[in-house]
Design a protein around this ligand. Structure first.
Ligand code: ATP
Length: 859
């Protein structure tokens, strides 16, 4: 490792800091400000010019820092997804971080793996690798170990597996020949993943909204200038500064930054809850998910498998003991069975043990499985029957195998003993295995009805059933092929395995239901097992659909049947694709889970592809939008809740920013067109915007979410961002703010205060109005008369305190008075300001109550 360095590709370059800083100036508002700064300077108004340039720089610094924070939050989340490789070290198979591979390591590959380094293959069984990352060719190529010509081009080097490509079928082994930047993919200058950008469809829509508003404001500004100069005959500098004030006030320049921060905070919250966002747009889409299609095993169930009974010819045997602990016994009609003497159980257990790739080990006082938990359960069974894994594989070494595949639903292994007998062991889904059996143990012909009865009985109790069979071969065999698996096997028996549902899945499903989200369980398991587990989980499991039925139905029929059940059994990845298409054609927004290599197309086709971090393959993870680090259904439900909160918080940010911007702009417009004195100067408006941008506007990104976010149906993804209710609220609040600001300004003038004092009061009124409105806006329509309004979001309190300090400085500090032409206020002014603010607060609360009357819970 010291010699070759870590096996990782160079990180994608972030833009250099200076460029990111400069880009902060690339913003229409800043252009307006810079031009105004230059003009005021030319007109020798140095104070205003200084304030304007000061604000420009402060704005850039704020934007730079906020963007940097958001980016590093996303980067940190992305780095939680490390890649692992299976290697042989000291002769033992183990999993290591792929960055620690060095030339010479032996890497094991199986379908679904991402090749972690450039490998010279030394074993390949039906090994298919998709090399589009390197060659652009998306059809998998078949690999073998035979050497190729020295001058073969990359696409023809069939004895090599290249870093970054995906194993789509079979398995193999290879020796690492190049790592990191030395790999083929490293040499073409590839970087780690794609660079996460901060842009999503929603941010682009909001950017566009902000640009439209900006253009509109600039047009109004121009008209106002013309009116002020030619009609109202105001001095050029005055009207110019007023228009600058208008632009600054009304352009929602803070919006893009807030959106980014809300998304970044949402992403971090999801990562803390074990859902890792791979593609940022998923954060905002999650909230609108209307159907979740989920796997069963491991996601809804615990994936802690235990064999609880065996069926053999006219015998049913109960197996005691729980989990993977190899302690427990066998009982028939409640009497203990002496396994050592029982040849039938012995043969069944031996098949279970040998046709198996998992292992169990005792570690830290508990038994753990490596590999497939279903197979782990079978090993535990064999050990309960007194078999020893090491001893058995020495007596009956494995020569070849056909690995389990969820489409074939069986696994077969070829063994021999030391007397020269060769035999195939087979285990798999019972109906598949029964098709391949001609006899049952003891040599009698297969009694189909008896076995089907057993399968049905066990499945109805929610057990996963596997059948085990064996077939003797004549003569020496070193390989098995698919065509060897034909109807000639002897059925050894059936095993019934339980896998209890996760408790949290039951409540998560109920929660989804309440939130108007349908849950469909799509499983490879038997229909009856699936129905039994489905109803335990609270799904509607009466008319279970199976893969076979789906294949025979047209779309209309399938749509109908799909609406009648939540359980789909014996389904293949291609059925998943079809279900997604049907659901999407109904306008549903579909989240789909997947773990196998064949699930990748479905994960891509779904609106939200959810991969399993634990048992999922690299292929599934690469195709997904979200990775669940705990493989748990409840995590999806939490991510959806978080997605809804993110969307709500974006809306609340709009609900806060737009009325305050319109209110500030309206004050200036009204003054000009009504021929009144300006209640606030351009410099003061800049001040208000800057202090509220670094305080109040950020607070809503930290909102913990409404208590009832999961009590109503998902937002339709077609819903406009600014809904009618939102627009009404915005106008209402803008009017309130304008009225309050004008009233206090006129009141001050009427009682003989100077224009400076009246303006100081007006600015403080604006800020106080915004501050108190922040407490209204924390909830769309829920009443703010609760403790929670004060305690629910500590950030709100912090920024409020900071803002009050800023305003006191603005009002009383001598340098500020100089710069912004402010004056100290007396108690009477403050009393009126606070009273008006409270009236504003109450008015919004009354408006909320009206909405509640119409049963509106969000805007
Ligand atoms: P889900 O889609 O809910 O996660 P699953 O992926 O566990 O279910 P599969 O793994 O496709 O479903 O299993 C389908 C069937 O194949 C099982 O019902 C079982 O009968 C059989 N089976 C599962 N694992 C193995 C295995 N390792 N060897 C042989 N047969 C298996």
């Amino acid at each position: 490792l010291q010699l070759h360095g870590p096996n990782s590709l160079p990180q994608a370059h972030r833009r250099p800091a200076w460029l990111r800083f400069l880009l902060q100036f690339h913003n229409p508002l800043i252009y307006v400000l810079v031009v105004s700064g230059v003009v005021t300077f030319a007109l020798a108004d140095y104070v205003d010019s200084g304030v304007i340039f000061g604000v420009v720089v402060i704005n850039a610094i704020i934007g730079f820092v906020q963007e940097g924070k958001a980016e590093s939050a996303l980067e940190a989340v992305r780095q939680m997804l490390a890649i692992y490789a299976n290697v042989l070290r000291d002769g033992e198979r183990c999993q290591v971080d792929a960055s620690t591979l060095v030339p010479g390591d032996v890497v094991l590959l199986e379908s679904g793996d991402k090749v972690p380094a450039d490998l010279r293959l030394i074993k390949a069984r039906n090994l298919g690798i998709e090399e589009s990352a390197l060659t652009g060719e998306s059809v998998p190529v078949e690999k073998a170990i035979a050497p190729v010509a020295a001058d073969a081009v990359i696409a023809d080097r069939s004895c090599m597996a290249y870093s970054g490509t995906l194993v789509t079928a079979g398995h193999g082994q290879g020796i690492v020949v190049a790592t990191g930047g030395q790999t083929e993919i490293g040499r073409i200058g590839s970087m780690v993943g794609e660079l996460q950008t901060l842009s999503t469809p929603l941010t682009r829509r909001l950017d566009q909204l902000a640009r439209q508003i900006t253009a509109f404001i600039l047009a109004i500004g121009l008209l106002t200038f013309l009116y002020g100069f030619f009609v109202a005959k105001l001095p050029a500098l005055d009207i110019f500064l007023a228009v600058v004030g208008l632009a600054v006030a009304a352009i929602p320049e803070g919006l893009p930054a807030i959106v980014t921060i809300v998304l970044a905070i949402g992403t971090r919250a999801m990562a803390r809850n074990r859902a890792i966002i791979r593609r940022l747009p998923a954060v905002e889409t999650l909230g609108s998910v209307s159907v979740i299609c989920t796997d069963k095993t491991g996601t809804l169930t615990r994936n802690e498998m235990t064999v609880v009974r065996l069926f053999m010819e006219n015998r049913e045997i109960a197996v005691s003991g729980g989990g993977y602990v190899p302690e427990g016994g066998f009982h028939e009609h409640d009497l203990p069975v002496d396994v050592a003497e029982d040849m039938e159980i012995n043969r069944l257990a031996r098949c279970a043990l040998l046709c198996n790739d998992a292992s169990i080990r005792h570690e830290a006082d508990a038994w753990h499985v490596t590999g497939d938990p279903t197979e782990g359960a079978l090993i535990t069974l064999a050990r309960k029957a007194g078999l020893d894994p090491v001893e058995s594989s020495r007596l009956f070494p494995r020569v070849d195998e056909i690995p389990f595949d969820s489409e074939r639903r069986f696994m077969a292994t070829l063994h021999h003993d030391h007397e020269g007998h060769h035999f195939i062991l087979l285990k798999g889904a019972p109906e598949r295995v029964l098709e391949l059996c001609t006899r049952q143990a003891g040599g009698r012909t297969l009694d189909h009805d008896y076995w089907l009865g057993c399968i049905h009985g066990a499945a109805a109790a929610g057990e996963r059933v596997l059948a085990l069979a064996q077939c003797e071969l004549h003569g020496e065999r070193m390989q098995i092929e698919l065509h060897d698996i034909m109807p000639r096997f002897e059925l050894l028996g059936l095993v019934g395995i339980i896998d209890p549902p996760r408790e949290e899945a039951v409540s998560a499903i109920a929660e989804c239901r309440r939130a108007g989200i349908e849950v469909k369980m799509i499983t490879g398991d038997h229909a009856v097992t699936a129905a039994a587990i489905g109803s335990k989980l609270g799904l509607s499991a009466s008319n279970v659909l199976t893969g076979e039925m789906i294949a025979g139905m047209d779309d209309a029929m399938l749509r109908q049947k799909l609406s009648e059940t939540d359980v789909i059994a014996r389904a293949n990845p291609e059925h998943k694709l079809r279900l997604i298409a049907i659901l999407q054609s109904e306008g549903q927004l579909v989240a789909m889970t997947g773990d196998g290599v064949n699930d990748a197309p479905a994960l891509k086709a779904a609106d939200i592809g959810v991969a399993m971090g634990g048992k999922g393959t690299d292929a599934a993870r690469e195709a997904s939008d979200i990775v669940l680090t705990d493989d748990n259904f409840a995590t999806i439900e939490r991510a959806v809740r978080e997605g809804r909160i993110v969307f709500d918080n974006l809306k609340k940010s709009l609900l806060f920013l737009l009325p305050t911007d319109i209110g500030e702009g309206g004050v200036i417009l009204l003054a000009i067109f009504a021929g009144l004195a300006m209640p606030v100067t351009a410099g003061q408006i800049l001040w208000v915007n800057t202090v509220t941008a670094i305080t109040l506007a950020l607070a809503l990104a930290f909102e913990p979410g409404e208590r009832n976010v999961m009590d109503h149906p998902p937002r339709p993804s077609s819903e406009p961002i600014v809904t009618r209710m939102l627009a009404l609220r915005i106008l209402f609040v803008a009017m309130l703010m304008m009225a309050a600001t004008f009233s206090i300004f006129e009141w001050e003038l009427s009682r003989g205060s100077s224009i400076e004092t009246a303006r100081t009061a007006a600015v403080n009124m604006l800020v106080a109005g915004e501050l108190i409105y922040l407490f209204n806006v924390r909830h769309f329509t829920t009443s703010a008369f609760t403790w929670e309004t004060l305690t629910g979001n500590p950030v709100v309190l912090w920024v409020s305190a900071a803002l009050i300090v800023f305003q006191l400085l603005f009002t009383y500090a001598a340098p500020m008075q100089e710069l912004f032409l402010t004056q100290a206020l007396d108690a009477a002014s403050w009393l009126i300001i606070v009273t008006f603010a409270i009236v504003e607060f109450l008015a919004v609360e009354i408006e909320k109550a009206v909405w509640r009357g119409f049963k509106v819970v969000r805007m």
